[in-house]
Design a protein around this ligand. Structure first.
Ligand code: TRP
Length: 364
């Protein structure tokens, strides 16, 4: 049988999901799920990973599990097509991590660019929790437990996937071909790789208050776009404007399609024409923001509406997650069996081992 094509990805439940998550990965996942090109899709809520740097705030993680699940369903992830589950409910992942720890050196973890910046950012230098330090290893367990071939994530996750690939290669080299090396799937549109915050800062983050959430009301979205960062030197309408580093245009790059011009602004045929006019001068920010608002509302409205519907039956969502966990566990347990066999720690189901040793000791 040809190797199965399996998608796996997840999110930390530390807040509601925003449009950075959406263009960076969520939108793509739904397309992949519906494409029929993959044999299985696993999407999970990485609560155990969220606890590695929120260990003192379990209530936050607990409350955000359902928020993320609602965002998933609202975007169109469909539990009849994808297995949606919660990381902490799959104990097999811990066991895999435990074995993978033998395959990774401390200095390799220290060189992981994501871990490195996180350590600096949080002043963790002397007080980094071991669980946080080693989360790239547990992430490799998340990926390999499901034999994922394809991991759709944002650019920031690249070092994690690379680390997982190394672990797979090392494992297979030492213990024999067992694990599947995953490939990262990045957004193909540069604007989607890392959508800036509404204030123009490089990263959308809750603490900076510069996010547009999938669950924001229409009014909130309009308000946030109205106050969005543009070109600070574009003061009068006649002035030439800059589109590089201009958040409104970055968002248009991520969201705008030619048909939007037909629907909302037929003065232009496409984004290139609009950009050219802005750069020439004579086009005010407010007009462009209005256009962006129309596009974003069109994209977000159905998500908002579906979310409201799902919010009406929370117990059903926990039920769906529980079923997802059961399916996921079965898959992870199967991989763990293979890992144990490869690592020669499957004593009780290896009749040959017992027979051979019995002979050996008799002969002595
Ligand atoms: N680290 C990811 C994030 O912060 C979440 C995550 C955990 C993940 N395990 C994963 C993503 C495995 C992809 C595959 O968003």
């Amino acid at each position: 049988m040809a190797k199965e094509k399996i998608i796996l990805t997840g999110d930390r439940p530390t807040g509601r999901l925003h449009i950075g998550h959406y263009v960076g990965s969520l939108r793509r996942r739904v397309e992949l799920q519906n494409s029929g090109l993959y044999d299985k899709t696993f999407i999970f809520i990485a609560d155990a990973q969220a606890l590695t740097d929120n260990m003192d705030n379990p209530e936050k993680v607990r409350q955000n599990v359902i928020e993320v699940a609602l965002d998933y369903l609202a975007c169109g992830l469909d539990p009849t097509k994808s297995t949606i589950f919660i990381q902490s409910q799959i104990p097999e992942l811990c066991e895999l991590s435990f074995y993978y720890m033998d395959l990774v050196t401390v200095s390799r973890l220290q060189r992981n660019p994501t871990v490195k910046t996180e350590i600096q950012m949080r002043n963790f230098e002397t007080s980094i929790p071991v669980g946080f330090f080693t989360y790239p290893i547990s992430q490799a367990a998340d990926i390999t437990a499901f034999k994922a071939t394809t991991v759709p994530v944002g650019e920031d996750q690249e070092p994690m996937i690379e680390q997982a690939r190394e672990i797979v290669r090392r494992f297979n080299h030492i213990y024999g071909e067992t694990l599947v090396e995953p490939e990262i799937l990045l957004p193909d549109n540069a604007a989607c790789l890392r959508l800036p915050g509404t204030d123009g800062k490089a990263k959308m983050s809750k603490s900076l208050g510069n996010c547009i959430y999938l669950s924001d009301s229409a009014d909130e979205v309009t308000k946030k776009i109205k106050s969005m960062y543009t070109d600070p030197n574009h003061i009068r309408v006649e002035d030439p404007g800059q589109i590089e580093g201009n958040t409104v245009f970055t968002y248009l790059d991520a969201f705008c399609r030619p048909e939007h011009f037909e629907r909302y602004w037929n003065d232009y045929a496409n984004l290139a024409e609009l950009k050219a006019h802005y750069q020439r001068g004579g086009l005010g920010d407010m007009k462009v923001k209005k256009f962006l608002t129309a596009i974003m509302q069109e994209e977000l409205e159905p998500i908002r509406t579906r979310r409201k519907e799902f919010e009406q039956d929370i117990p059903a969502i926990y039920d769906m997650l529980k079923k997802g966990c059961e399916v996921a566990r079965e898959q992870a347990a199967q991989t763990l069996d293979e890992v144990r066999r490869a690592m020669k720690i499957n004593y009780f189901d290896d009749a040959e081992l017992i027979a051979e040793q019995a002979r050996k000791f008799k002969a002595e």
